[in-house]
Design a protein around this ligand. Structure first.
Ligand code: GLA
Length: 721
């Protein structure tokens, strides 16, 4: 149902999923958000008009002292002196756009109400079409804009950023940084006047990227304090900023980073920005749950039980042979694996990482009978089959690079710096695209591949499209999306994992096509706890690959017992990434018990609400998943460093129903606590308590060494009379 908006004196109120978005649309001006956050309930026109007046500041004597609220596309020509919304020009002219004469229409779409606004800059011959939506399933806000050039003179866009305002009590910023094998490290700072800017320029968000930029009330945590965050649904260059001006504006901006000349609009052509998403919450858990609910509400969200993966990478690396891999598959199936993923090393000439990327044919030297015998055995064992590709990459030492050097990006100085000995194939060449599609699709079809681990290990640097050297990064992202979409269309049921040296391509853009992400190449459970916790701000557990790695971590060289490694992998899309052929029978049996436990509980783990306790002592972590109906939950209490006090005190269990009674018991799917271990009394026989008591009083934390955890199973029971 569509509704034309009144004369503009009454703001628009979009309400859905527990969120209110109140938007001023008066005076033909661009949409200006007056409130983004908790649902305000139904508001009549009078109340909305008063809310608008209530939100207007006193204006001083200068038209250049920019009065709030700021439009979603801030404009210099309207007096805005902060980060510009649109930067563009036509050969040095038409560089200070002033969109106005806006018309507005509300569309009550099934997935949530949308405000569509069209504004014009008649002098410049530009039009801007805005969409601002509140999603019904999640209460997420998202917005995008398409800018069209209506004149014969080409219009070049250098940047286009949209803004979501946050209130003045958002006084702290949280964002994430990191590196290879240590993705998503949080950092916090006061929200001072100025700009806190996080940009990615490597052709993908990157391992270091913040994924989300959060602003919140002082001291906010997972369970308390109002928080607001922005995210850009785009897998290429991008910039997120938290900006506070001396004039009182605080907002979160997001947009693509465009390279010179990447967007030049001919007459009638448009550039449409990626969706800027906004989530708010009473604490970070609430904020994250909106992203999880959104992803889960999409028709393509994986709904089948997530098959337990056996990935070959850390088991055999490049040392492929049929006998070893068959034995590994058999051992994996015994342990309960349901999907066998053959990682890097299977294709023509690929004996190490110095050569052969691009030559996507099975290596007859290693696989004289092709991959078919392995695939047949995997299927006999009742498992799916997955294969590793790195479609956008090429080694100079490959047949592909020798035959088609013109398909390799070149900004005018040759193929540029190597990284992991590799360069980037320009999918903007139609023949390169078709070649890749044919090769991958051919293998998917002939082998019946169920799953692609889609890697991307090199940043794009001077990625010029040959022969003219124009930037090709933006088109590369579009072509990668297209390749994923067309492969999925050609092979219904095909699943894709987004891996980029670990968590380098994790965003809502790629998640339109990918069914899971690989958050990190680090399988050390000490690091994984944090990496998964922070990746979880955006990605729900069932879309995060979580593998049980080797006893001695291959990336950190810490050693951990199986129980800790398995417990940390339990929560996501579980996998095994160890050489099972060297595991003794006892370890193998314990591994099988963990996998069985995961299968028993994955329906809960992959549909429930993820919760984290805010614990005062940095030595501890408590996190869990609570069923949406609050009938059951699993939690893990972990010790991550030596606490300064002992015993550790009580932990309170978040997310349960205050009114219901629950049994709480410690469960040990792998091995039982050592005989004679010192346990708090409840841990011996469990307790039954109301949710309110578990929330407010809690239970005494188990006594544990560093990098050890206890799993708590919580089940609602009828109240005792
Ligand atoms: C990247 C991935 C790893 C593995 C290797 C294979 O580093 O992140 O998981 O697939 O490539 O070369």
């Amino acid at each position: 149902m569509k509704e034309n908006v009144n004369d503009g004196s009454t703001p628009i109120h979009l309400r859905a999923g527990g969120t209110s978005l109140v938007i001023a649309v008066d005076g033909g001006r661009l949409p200006r958000i007056l409130h983004w956050g908790p649902d305000l309930g139904a508001l009549g026109d009078d109340a909305l008009a008063d809310l608008h007046r209530a939100a207007l500041p006193a204006v001083g004597d200068s038209a250049v002292t920019y009065p709030q609220p700021v439009p979603v596309l801030p404009q210099l020509a309207e007096g805005w002196l902060g980060r510009p919304g649109l930067v563009g020009d036509a050969d040095g002219r038409r560089w200070a756009p002033k969109f106005r004469d806006a018309t507005h229409e509300v569309d009550h779409a099934d997935d949530g109400p949308v405000l569509r606004s069209t504004a014009l800059d008649p002098e410049y011959g530009l039009a801007a079409d805005f969409e601002i939506q509140v999603l019904a399933a999640s209460g997420l806000v998202r917005q995008r804009v398409a800018v069209r050039n209506d004149t014969a003179a080409p219009y070049r866009i250098d940047s286009l950023e949209l803004a979501l305002p946050v209130p003045s009590d958002a006084s702290e910023i949280l964002d994430l940084t990191g590196r290879w094998a240590l993705e998503r490290v949080p950092q916090r700072r006061p929200f001072h006047v100025g700009e806190w800017v996080r940009a990615s320029r490597g052709g993908k968000p990157g391992l270091e990227h913040t994924m989300l930029l959060v602003a919140g009330e002082a001291g906010f945590g997972f369970r308390h304090g109002l928080v607001w965050a922005t995210h850009l649904a785009w897998s290429g260059n991008q910039v997120l900023a938290a900006e506070r001006t001396p004039a009182g504006t605080r907002h979160l901006t997001a947009g693509e980073v465009l390279l010179p000349g990447e967007v030049v609009l001919g007459q009638g052509e448009s550039y449409r920005s990626p969706w800027q998403y906004g989530s708010w919450g009473a604490g970070l858990d609430d904020l994250a749950s909106r992203f999880h609910r959104h992803l889960r509400s999409r028709p393509q969200h994986p709904r089948s039980p997530r098959p337990v993966v056996l990935n070959t990478w850390e088991a055999v690396y490049f040392h492929h042979d049929l006998d070893t891999l068959t034995a590994l598959a058999e051992r994996g199936a015994e342990a309960g694996a349901e999907r066998f993923v053959l990682d890097d090393g299977w294709f023509q000439g690929r004996r190490d990482d110095t050569s052969s990327l691009g030559d996507w044919t099975v290596d007859p030297a290693i696989w004289p009978g092709g991959l078919e015998p392995l695939v047949a055995r995997v299927r006999e064992l009742g498992m799916d089959f997955g294969l590793w590709f790195e479609p956008e990459m090429v080694n100079l030492d490959s047949d592909l690079a020798r035959e088609h050097p013109e398909w390799i990006f070149d900004g005018g100085h040759g193929p540029g710096l190597a990284s992991r000995h590799q360069h980037v194939l320009d999918l903007g060449h139609p023949d390169a695209y078709t070649h890749l599609f044919d090769r991958i699709s051919g293998l998917v079809g002939s082998l019946g591949i169920d799953y692609i681990k889609w890697d991307h290990n090199r940043y794009l640097l001077d990625a010029g499209h040959t022969p003219d050297g124009r930037p090709g990064v933006r088109r590369q992202v579009e072509q990668a999306y297209r390749l994923m979409a067309e492969l999925k269309a050609a092979h219904p049921g095909l699943e894709i994992e987004s891996c980029a040296s670990g968590g380098g391509r994790v965003d809502l853009g790629v998640l339109e096509f990918a069914d899971r992400v690989w958050p990190s190449d680090c399988n050390d459970p000490h690091e994984r706890l944090e990496i998964q916790r922070w990746t979880g701000l955006l990605v729900p557990p069932e879309m995060q690959g979580t593998h049980i790695g080797a006893e001695e971590s291959h990336t950190t060289h810490r050693t951990h017992p199986l129980d800790y490694r398995a417990e940390k992998a339990l929560w996501g899309h579980l996998g095994i990434e160890v050489n099972l052929l060297t595991a003794d029978d006892e370890t193998h049996a314990a591994l099988a018990r963990w996998i069985a436990f995961h299968k028993e509980h994955r329906a809960l783990l992959h549909s429930g609400d993820v919760v984290h306790a805010d614990l005062a002592d940095a030595a501890f972590r408590l996190e869990g998943v609570v069923a949406r109906d609050r009938g059951e939950a699993l939690y893990a209490f972990s010790v991550v460093e030596r606490p300064s006090t002992w015993p550790p005190g009580r932990i309170r269990l978040p997310g349960l129903d205050d009114e219901r009674h629950y049994t709480v018991e410690a469960v040990h799917p792998g091995s039982a606590p050592a005989a004679g271990a010192v346990l708090p009394p409840w841990q011996r026989d469990g307790v039954t308590l109301p949710g309110r008591a578990l929330r407010l009083v809690g239970i005494e934390a188990p006594s544990l060494d560093v990098d050890r955890s206890v799993l708590l199973r919580v089940v609602s029971v009828p109240a005792a009379s």
